[in-house]
Design a protein around this ligand. Structure first.
Ligand code: ADE
Length: 266
């Protein structure tokens, strides 16, 4: 069985993805979560809402690994952009994930996950490349019919930028380091601190590195794809809820469906 898990932290991020499952899908409840098991775009999938934060993500990944015989996990959702060129509406596909709030120093080096001998977990290269290819297709100005759902979202983002007096921006794909921690980052000072520690970091969120650690434990390949909802700055508390309400689920559907239909999802 080659079943793929698709995970998001928030209802607004996952949207109504499970409604795109073929007829006959089943819902199983474990650990207080609903796992939707079925077929989508010709693939066996299980779709689940993890809830927010590292523990919730780790619980969900553990349940997926132990109850659903999954062969790979894809986490999709929003993140704050902290890399200088990472703008709202862009998409980051993680190459590696690090827990920015891990600190067992002086017993272990700061950020190192104790007894793992490393501070970061690498995403699966082939899976992440396939997801990145789907993102690039979805964001292309002449995107094919599969991403029709993204067009209104991109138009709304463009209108919001214009209203805020910002220059036009064509949403882009980035690939690199994503930071995870149990806090919503919402000040320039916090961002500057994260970048001082990890200058190569592109985005910050609250689940990816925990899912990555569980996948390392179970030897499962994974990818983390994050749409940028805010810049994790003093405006983040306004930008994030607006993006989540209006745009995030459209990105999820366009990316997941584009990936499952494409050669990388086969
Ligand atoms: N997810 C989306 N935006 C975020 C932020 N600013 N901090 C942490 N997680 C996020």
């Amino acid at each position: 069985m080659s079943r793929i898990a698709i995970v998001s932290a928030m209802t607004e991020e996952l949207g109504r993805l499970h409604e795109h499952l073929d007829p006959g899908a089943l819902c199983e409840r474990h650990g207080g979560r609903d796992f939707w098991v079925g077929r989508m775009d010709g693939r066996d999938v299980v779709i689940v809402l993890s809830r927010i934060g590292k523990v919730a993500a780790a619980t969900t990944a553990t349940l997926l690994a132990s109850h659903f015989d999954v062969s790979a996990l894809v986490f999709t959702g929003a993140a704050g952009g902290i890399g200088p060129h990472v703008q709202v509406g862009d998409v980051v596909v993680a190459t590696g994930l690090l827990q920015h709030d891990m600190d067992a120093s002086p017993i272990f080096p700061r950020f190192e996950v104790p007894l793992y001998g490393a501070d970061r977990f690498a995403a699966d290269i082939a899976l992440s490349s396939a997801v990145a290819a789907a993102v690039a297709d979805a964001l292309a100005p002449d995107a094919p019919h599969a991403t029709d759902g993204l067009r209104p979202a991109l138009a709304a983002l463009a209108a919001a930028r214009a209203a805020a007096g910002l220059p036009p921006h064509q949403p882009r794909l980035h690939q690199g380091l994503v930071l995870s921690g149990d806090c919503f980052v919402s000040s320039r000072a916090q961002c500057d601190q994260l970048l001082a520690w990890h200058p190569e970091a592109l985005a910050v969120e609250m689940e990816g590195a925990a899912l990555a650690q569980v996948c390392a434990d179970f030897g499962l390949p994974f990818a983390v794809v994050r749409t940028i909802s805010d810049r994790a700055d003093d405006q983040a508390h306004v930008d994030f809820p607006r993006f989540i309400a209006e745009t995030a689920s459209r990105y999820t559907l366009a990316i997941v469906s584009g990936w499952l239909k494409g050669p990388g999802g086969r």
